[in-house]
Design a protein around this ligand. Sequence first.
Ligand code: C2O
Ligand code: CU
Length: 589
Amino acid sequence: MKSFLFTIMQLTSEKKRTMSTSVFSCFATLLVFGFSSLASAKTHHLHWEVSYMFASPDCQEKLVMAINGQFPGPTIHAKAGDTVVVELKNSLPTEGVVIHWHGIKQIGTPWADGTALISQCPIKPDETFVYKFQADKAGTYFYHGHYGMQRAAGLYGLLIVDVKEGEKEKFKYDGEINMLLSDWYHQDIYTQMVGLSSNPFRWIGEPQSLLINGVGQFNCSLATNQGINKCNMENVQCSPMVFKVMPNKTYRLRIISTTSLSSLNLAIGNHKMTIVEADGNYVDPFTVDDMDIYSGDSYSALITTDQHVSSNHWISVGVRGRQPKTPPALAILSYLNNSQSQLELPMATPPTTPLWNNYTHSKSFSYKILAAKGTPKPSKKADRLIQLLNTQNRIDGFIKWSLNNVSMVLPSTPYLGSLRYSLKGAFDQKKPRDRFGANYNVMKPPINPNTTTGSNLYEIKLNSTVDIILQNANALAENVSEIHPWHLHGHDFWVLGYGEGLFRKKDVSRFNFENAPLRNTAVIFRYGWTAIRFIADNPGVWAFHCHIEPHLHMGMGVVLAEGIDLVKEIPKDAISCGKTANMLMNQHG
Ligand code: C2O
Ligand code: CU
């Protein structure tokens, strides 16, 4: 007879407006006859349907891309080692769709990465594609559309992976609160996409609102009485998100940003946050009053509910790095048993997030993120160094983003299929460059007439160690350099260091080999560089790109391929388009 711990359940009910957070999973020790272990991995089988629906995320009715009629999409809860199966039906009227599982490495299943025309064909309307992958590691993740700008249309949701049955997190907490942050435009994504690829260029501008778990308030400040009326809070769709907590407990906040454009900062009135996890990796805990979150980032922060029970507290989310034209998003941390109809607003004014252009503040937050003890360390040397110059360019009059003078365009046949089956002519064969001109002036607008669009890709030797220096520069306008959060598919990487100006060989001496954090997303600051290192140990084709949706649309990404000959047979549904479709037909014919 063996005894084991049995998690009864976490009483989290995720209602749309009021989030009651669970106080504690209860544990009960049960006796079981005959079984020696229950730690077997589970399979989560989900049936999802993507469709457009009418919704009012910020009080203005718009079309949103929903899953099973929900926006944001359903939260997936799995345990490390579990298998997730999502049968995804495309019920969009006239366009293809894919879903990417951001932070999941897709080891052995590169065709399930959900990148249109990189890892698979877009799923056609009325067709179904089955994503089957392993939740390889505990952590805070999310999923989102990865075709055109579908993420910005609202196609996203959370993917939470808990530690294996019987295993413990490195930190203790009593309950969880999830905050999925996004920004919201009233203009539909088609108008945005056409504008971005038009000459003259039409920029999408700043978002109309910021959303927390899909809820925001357009054109109003909840913080003033006048604002409340203007916000029409009786309309249940317009009232702020309320996160209920019990006093004197520790909560794990899982904070994720899937914004289209905005870099964010989050602060909670009278509560400090201790950051313990970033992108599914433990970090050396550090405590802050407010935290930055870039698109593609995910964090866990612990808060202690040690304030007096007689008051509620504001949670503010503000914009970083761009002159904010978007009002902050506000939510309420509620110690009280308010019902939504008689919601008590906090007495204090909402905490102000730092000034949008306080870059010193942002840098100091990023520099504090270091690996927890026990995190694997990077080797001392890399096999290859790729320096990627991030520039904004004009190509035939159109404004694009480029890496080493190539602005990414995707081929009509997914790379994974054309590489695996050695199909000729499916994408540009010219090798992209590992370097850019050594004397490039990053402080000035680009003078590179040779910039082109291209679908070429970086071939990476399997199991090699690769350094990438992301080099920021001046954009087309004088004195403008923007923040870009870069996200790598299929891997975690070490963030070896950050620096100002042009990266020089000698900067290698500043790399952090001691406690470089493992991440899947890293930011480059204006006019600066960020150095990352990863091991190319995951056969497949992987996107590496700026997570700002309009930037990606304007070509701000590269594609990496490694160990293609070790990729197993690709499910036919993943490659039934372009040249691979012809190949499959000939096989059958
Ligand atoms: Cu979350 Cu390729 O992105
Ligand atoms: Cu960018």
